[in-house]
Write a protein that binds this ligand. Structure first.
Ligand code: HMG
Ligand code: MG
Length: 296
């Protein structure tokens, strides 16, 4: 039987958070539901962050509460603090993600706290989540470079990843926020983290700013990672990382993985259709190469 790779679809969150124009809640809801119908088992739905920081996701509670949720599918949401977790609990969220960074400067700009302060802030969030039976995923941003401080030493990536893991995150997603890495640096970074955290608890998260994301995913899959974050139609970017473009496109990742002999549970034709629909809806270029080439 083919080995499975799990995709974490981040388009509705990482993708939409960066859209300048307000996207109606109904569009967000349809996007999430259609992604699940295409076969995704994990769809990051939204963020319970400060609406002053990310106005696009101010409707998080409405979106989450209105979703027709399918049994067996995970719909994690981002929470930066206890206030976010509380809002998420009120609408019945069962999985959240906390997000830190390996770069001090990016951490300050993204969540208004330095690295150590952010870890302290996550502790009560983690405790409260686990007490309520909520699963917690952890993100480390800027693992291959930072838009403000430049190089990010590997030891800082390992330190933050380990801290989130020790807090109790079941999985750590390693984010190349500004898409600056190449296959070699991506693989070396993954291997450095996998020396202290089991590979089975790691995920990779590449943005495609310099066209390297798919190559980076390939290198990391070859190195053993089995969870890949991706965004339908390559939606996205990070509002606190200037020049960051969208995530690697889910369609292109799935096409590559199926070609490599992996199973993902995703119906490519349906996924391509979702990517085409949301690109039209947002009047945006389809960032998935497969979205243009697919004839099925
Ligand atoms: P702060 O300004 O220091 O927060 O921001 P505060 O605690 O001082 O509160 C300020 C105001 O925000 C208050 O309202 C709070 O009530 C409100 P006021 O009294 O002024 O009316 N507030 C909230 N409202 C709703 N929900 C909340 C919440 N928290 C505070 N949860 C804070 C600190 C962390 C809140 C802020 O910096 C923030 O929300 N940052 C989020 C930024 C973000 O979402 N960035 C994008 C996601 S990360 C990413 O994309 C990277 C990733 O994809 C991986 C990768 O690519 O590397 C994950
Ligand atoms: Mg991201």
């Amino acid at each position: 039987m083919a080995e499975r790779i799990r995709l974490v679809e981040v388009g509705p969150r990482d993708g939409l958070q960066n859209e300048a124009r307000a996207v109606p809640a109904a569009t967000k809801i349809r996007l999430i539901e259609d992604l699940v119908e295409a076969g995704h088992s994990t769809v990051e739905a939204t963020s319970f962050v400060s609406p002053k920081w990310i106005p696009q996701l101010a409707d998080a509670a409405e979106v989450y509460a209105s979703l027709r949720r399918k049994p067996g599918v995970a719909y994690p949401v981002l929470v930066p603090n206890l206030q976010g977790l509380q809002r998420a609990l009120e609408v019945g969220v069962s999985e959240v993600a906390i997000f830190g960074a390996a770069s001090e400067a990016f951490s300050q700009r993204n969540i208004n706290a330095g690295i150590d302060e952010s870890i302290e802030r996550f502790k009560p969030v983690m405790e409260h989540a686990l007490t309520n039976g909520i699963k917690v995923r952890g993100y480390v941003s800027t693992v291959l470079g930072c838009p403000y401080q430049g190089e990010v030493p590997l030891r800082d990536v390992v330190r933050v990843a380990r801290a989130l893991h020790e807090l109790g995150c079941y999985e750590i997603s390693l984010g190349d926020t500004i898409g600056i890495g190449t296959a070699r640096s991506a693989r070396e970074m993954l291997q450095a983290v996998a020396a202290v955290i089991p590979m089975a608890q790691l995920a990779v998260h590449f943005h495609d700013t310099r066209g390297q994301a798919l190559a980076n995913v390939f290198a990391c899959v070859e190195a053993g990672v089995r969870v890949v974050d991706a965004s339908v139609a390559g939606l996205g970017g990070c509002p606190y990382a200037e020049g960051a473009s969208g995530n690697v496109a889910s369609e292109d990742v799935v096409y590559m993985l199926h070609g490599m002999g992996f199973e993902t549970g995703i119906d490519l034709g349906r996924l391509v259709a979702v990517g085409r629909w949301i690109s039209t809806e947002l009047e945006r270029r389809n960032g998935a190469r497969l979205g243009l080439a697919w004839k099925g």
